[in-house]
Design a protein around this ligand. Sequence first.
Ligand SMILES: NC(=O)c1ccc[n+]([C@@H]2O[C@H](COP(=O)([O-])OP(=O)(O)OC[C@H]3O[C@@H](n4cnc5c(N)ncnc54)[C@H](O)[C@@H]3O)[C@@H](O)[C@H]2O)c1
Ligand SMILES: O=C(O)C(=O)C[C@@H](O)[C@H](O)[C@H](O)COP(=O)(O)O
Ligand SMILES: [Zn+2]
Length: 365
Amino acid sequence: MRQLTVQLEERSYPILIGSGLLAEAPQFFEQYGLTKKSPLLIITDENVAPKYLAGLEQTLRAADYTVVSAVVPSGETSKSLSVYQDMMTVAIEGKLDRSSAIIALGGGVVGDLAGFVAATYMRGIKFVQVPTTILAHDSSVGGKVAVNHPLAKNMIGAFHQPELVLYDVDTLQSLPPRDVSAGLSEMLKHGLIRDEAFAHWCEEHAEELLGLDPEALGYGLERGCGIKAEIVSRDERENGERALLNLGHTIGHAIEAIAGYGEFLHGEAISIGMAGSALLGEKLGAPAGLYDDTVRMLRSLRLPVTMPKHLDTDALMDAMMHDKKFREGHMVFIIPDRIGAARIVKDVPVSAVRDVIELLKEGAE
Ligand SMILES: NC(=O)c1ccc[n+]([C@@H]2O[C@H](COP(=O)([O-])OP(=O)(O)OC[C@H]3O[C@@H](n4cnc5c(N)ncnc54)[C@H](O)[C@@H]3O)[C@@H](O)[C@H]2O)c1
Ligand SMILES: O=C(O)C(=O)C[C@@H](O)[C@H](O)[C@H](O)COP(=O)(O)O
Ligand SMILES: [Zn+2]
């Protein structure tokens, strides 16, 4: 088992990554403070439930935990206020109390939704992240929890750290190829912002990663989580450095909202956004070649680097104004200087962003 720690003083917690960990959930839950005297609520989705829910429920009940479960539709549309309200109803009817915990069994959608329920139920109860996607190496760490507003991504949310991240990598073997690639997008992002060697490693090991080779996946998840944990430990609430984790997200979130949630997977939209950030980087003085290198790396992971022409530039520009980094009238972007290093740039010219959006359209020169 690989173990990392998110260092946040009294809110510190471990990230446990390994094979067979779901079967050991009761021991870990007990070790990290989940009481057996109050019910647990497992929130999962329709794709994950048939594969992993019954097993987890049985293991927990055999260890004397009381378990209530809720299954939401799979996909981005479940990060909504209406599904959030349904989860609140299940929690109230299931008699969760202030000592209860919520278990997020699934990918980033379930993690963000369940985490937001935990952050707000009775003004906040414990929760545990049990990620089942590659992408969730990012979403399960750091405590950003949220649902979407139709106009903008992750608009209704909180910072609420889990007690534990229990990452059973065996679950990843059942992921569809499109979700494998989407998850690798955020893995590469961690290399692009902080670790040049890791970014190259992702490209060099693309075929093993896409083929779900356990050794490659284990290392990639450990390094990706490690970079995220280091940054979050220094800047939990995104007052500075944490914004680097948003590379590609200003454009990516706008694509997700304007195309309609679920049309593009999050990792796919972020991939297009990272290609756009590299273009912006070159416009703002980064060495030529940065865009080509970035695009080559993204393509090696079978990720898209262009968007359909029909996505309206004005609508995308409007959506970008809702970015959480937009403050005091300034458009703020994460701009790569080179592979492995990026910086926060305040007041990026709107005209440069508009040019980049046009260049990202399919068929543009
Ligand atoms: N909080 C954060 O810091 C953070 C970071 C990155 C992304 N996110 C959010 O995460 C979400 C994307 O996460 P995601 O890509 O994991 O999406 P997801 O949760 O929708 O999972 C992707 C798909 O895989 C299915 N699935 C999950 N586990 C499976 C398994 N083991 N086997 C087979 N199918 C499985 C799901 O049902 C879904 O259809 C977005 O909403 C994004 O905004 C949050
Ligand atoms: O943890 C962070 O900080 C990130 O930015 C990670 C991103 O991958 C993630 O998509 C996050 O949810 C985006 O946050 P937001 O504040 O832009 O909504
Ligand atoms: Zn993301």
